[in-house]
Design a protein around this ligand. Structure first.
Ligand code: TXA
Ligand code: MG
Length: 313
């Protein structure tokens, strides 16, 4: 299949309306979208990404009026989170409407809903005139794409269209919060921190329990991994040895010679650059990537979560 590259959101939206799959930028990472009510189109997402069928997709809406077509009920605490954080990097898991095909939710009776914050995403979604389900637009298991070129690298020839926008602002995926119980439970850390959630719903909590991977099926699968081995370092100044085949990313310049080195001024930049740095290292066939550990404040929690997952074998 030829993949059409376009900067025109109307061209991209036309592919969605015709039952195609389209990669589009959001403020977190690029997503790979299809019409939520078109089973055939959704199948193409799983095929293009080689995504396991048991991993549910997030429904993206450009406008709050579409929420009713996705969720069958919105508890009051979820409504407060929506009022504060939509549009933004937050996904709420809610009871789904019966009409939604089970392939979208991997058989669950719940669905993740989010309203992206970037202007181009909202224009595109508005033109689609339907909720758009979208996982991250990478081949399954690879780092999520933060540029249209990264989408192209993974999916050219496998999808109908790429809407070419700027590099994504945040660079890590949205925070996923289960809202089907009596209080919000964070299933995946992301652009909205637990403290921010608590400022609106004080009893919001992180889910560290055993059943976590049952509630968020995506967590069962290997994620965010470059081909290189990833090692986490506490104190870069202590690194000694031969790093000619290695790369480093972090806040503190380790001084020693690496094949590839990225020193970032703060956590926001670290998050923004991490996945693209992983991909750049793979392009250069780097063997080992050293990532500096950071404090888990604000975006730091999501950042360390992604680095730990990448470091898992
Ligand atoms: O920022 C993002 O969330 C990006 C952009 C494109 O919106 N999307 C994204 O999608 O990261 P994906 O499919 O790569 O990750 C979705 C995560 C997975 O961990 C999945 O298991 C979880 O959300 N999820 C989706 N629907 C769920 C549901 N009904 N119940 C529990 N977890 C769910
Ligand atoms: Mg993903």
């Amino acid at each position: 299949m030829d993949t059409v590259l376009t900067r025109d959101h109307l061209v991209a939206a036309e592919f969605i309306r015709g039952g195609g799959v389209v990669a589009f930028p959001t403020e977190t990472v690029y997503g790979l979208g299809a019409d939520l009510f078109n089973e055939e189109a959704i199948r193409k997402i799983f095929a293009a990404k080689q995504r396991p069928q048991d991993n549910p997709l997030i429904a993206h809406i450009g406008d709050l009026s579409l929420l009713d077509r996705v969720a069958s009920e919105v508890p009051p605490f979820a409504a407060r989170l929506i009022a504060r954080f939509f549009p933004g990097p937050l996904t709420l898991v809610l009871r789904k409407r019966d009409e939604i095909p089970l392939i979208a939710t991997a058989g669950l009776d719940t669905i993740g809903v989010r309203m992206p914050g970037s202007e181009l995403a909202r224009q595109f979604l508005a033109a689609c005139e339907t909720p758009v389900v979208a996982p991250s637009a990478n081949l399954s298991g690879r780092p999520s794409p933060t540029t249209w070129q990264a989408v192209f690298e993974d999916l050219n020839g496998r999808i109908d269209c790429i809407l070419q926008g700027d590099p994504t602002e945040i660079g890590l995926e949205s925070t996923v919060v289960d809202c089907t119980g009596d209080r919000p439970i964070v299933l995946r850390q992301g652009g909205v921190s637990l403290d921010e959630l608590r400022s609106v719903v004080p009893d919001a909590t992180a889910d560290e329990s055993e059943e976590r991977s049952n509630r968020s099926p995506g967590l069962r699968h290997k994620h965010y991994s470059p081909k290189a081995r990833v090692l986490i370092v506490g104190t870069p100044a202590d690194l000694t040895g031969d790093f000619e085949q290695s790369a480093f990313i972090g806040l503190t310049d380790p001084g020693v010679g690496f094949a590839e080195k990225r020193i970032v001024p703060d956590l926001r930049h670290y998050a923004h650059e991490l996945f693209e740095f992983f991909r750049e290292c793979d392009r250069r066939e780097i063997a080992t990537i050293y990532c500096e550990a950071v404090s888990e404040d604000g975006i730091g929690a999501a950042l360390m979560d992604r680095i730990r997952r990448a470091a898992q074998d």
